[in-house]
Design a protein around this ligand. Sequence first.
Ligand SMILES: C[S@@+](CC[C@H](N)C(=O)[O-])C[C@H]1O[C@@H](n2cnc3c(N)ncnc32)[C@H](O)[C@@H]1O
Length: 483
Amino acid sequence: MKGEPAIRPEHLSELAALLQRTIGLDVRPGGLGALRLALEARSQELGAAFRGAGAYLETLQSEAGEEELRQLLPLVTVGKTSFFRDERQFAAVAALLPDLLARRRAEGGAVSIWSAACATGEEIYSLGMSALEAGARPRDVELLGSDVNPRAVAAAEAGRFEARRMREVRADLRHRYFEREGEAYSARQELRQLVRVQTHNLASGGYPSSRAGGWDLVFCRNILIYFDTATVQRVLSWLRSSMAPGGLLFLGYSESLFRVFDGFELTEVAGAFLYRRPAGAARQARRTARAPLAPQPPARQARAAPLQGPPVRTSEEELAGAAELLQGGRFVAARELLEGLLSRHPQDLALRLTLANLYSLLREPERARESYQAALAIEPLHAETHLFYGVERLGAGDAEAAAQALSRALFLDPDLVIGHYFLGRCREAQRDVQRARLSYANAIKAYQRNPGARRKPFLGYYPDLSEDGGALARSAAYALAAL
Ligand SMILES: C[S@@+](CC[C@H](N)C(=O)[O-])C[C@H]1O[C@@H](n2cnc3c(N)ncnc32)[C@H](O)[C@@H]1O
């Protein structure tokens, strides 16, 4: 690059805008440094053919630009991946496959699985091994991996992985499905023949279909985080249309659709949170498949969709009566009233929760646990139930179970300042200072994201818990300072 004008900030901004338009990549100001490195690396690859950043950007936008963009993509996209990434999700796949295989076999079809943004293929080969372990024969499954980066696709196609990457694969699976070739392992024919790969840009539509039409399982993990909101919403709408009714979408651990897209129902399978395309939505979804790329209005959260029908609400006066008794410290009378009400309205979530909270206050952990579990049976994805249960477990000295319940609450509602705060206290109880700090900082951030917001009062009544985000954020700040 000697003698050529340097890469200037405006070149980087222009490149960021181009990547945003073409592959939906959301390069924030802090990410421009990474773009600079990518551009420098590409200039070195091109040698004398690179005639400055300005000329390069012109090429990218010319007719020949598409091919050059393909060469640049490996340098600007993050391809980090691994075999069986996220154990819980693969446990969910193992739990789902027997029934799915039996159903599709009975119809004479195949279970179809698409790993969108599959990077170098570890994900799709992990899915292939899961299918074979579940007893699938080649005709029973259709596995597609796709990625925008052609080099990644070529690597996935080859099905050859460095030995150090294969350490993530259980030894018995490694021996069954791979053969060693020097410093690498190659997928054996039994596995390799299941997997098909192709290039595909999630941001540009033209989504692949399965042989039967819609995909049963779609993995689209650790890619939405790189997209801006409008692209995420567009991609989700397309993904949904490409899925079979009732099909399941797997996202990355930190990719919640909370307030982003409400076209899926959140569900839990073997401890993993997944998004289901509602079974009855086929016609509407087909219509949106080629719909104009208009961003959707802020969505109602998917988690609000109850999986077993809406809980029957008790009259508010009845619950208010119990709350008044609780507030006056008349716990025995409140308990009698709540137990009586519950025998008449066993499906009432607010009543269940309030009674569970009361048992917790009365230090009756067994009864409290049963009541929280009964509340979760009514609505498994209710953030406050997980939150209250977590607080109860922390009070009972079971920090591990408390942290688990609070993490679930926060997955379902990342804005719960109180959830972050109590998770911080769990981490302190677990003597994990680093994670305690992180949780307290998250409590403060969650409050700062929306300081003026008055949150909807908790559904269940919990006399000891503050709903004041500001006060909780202050408590978190004090706790943080003390650590
Ligand atoms: C962090 S990796 C995730 C790989 C894998 N899904 C996982 O979770 O282990 C992200 C992948 O998304 C790909 N990618 C980036 N933009 C894309 C787009 N617009 N369409 C399809 N894939 C894209 C990248 O090339 C990269 O391989």
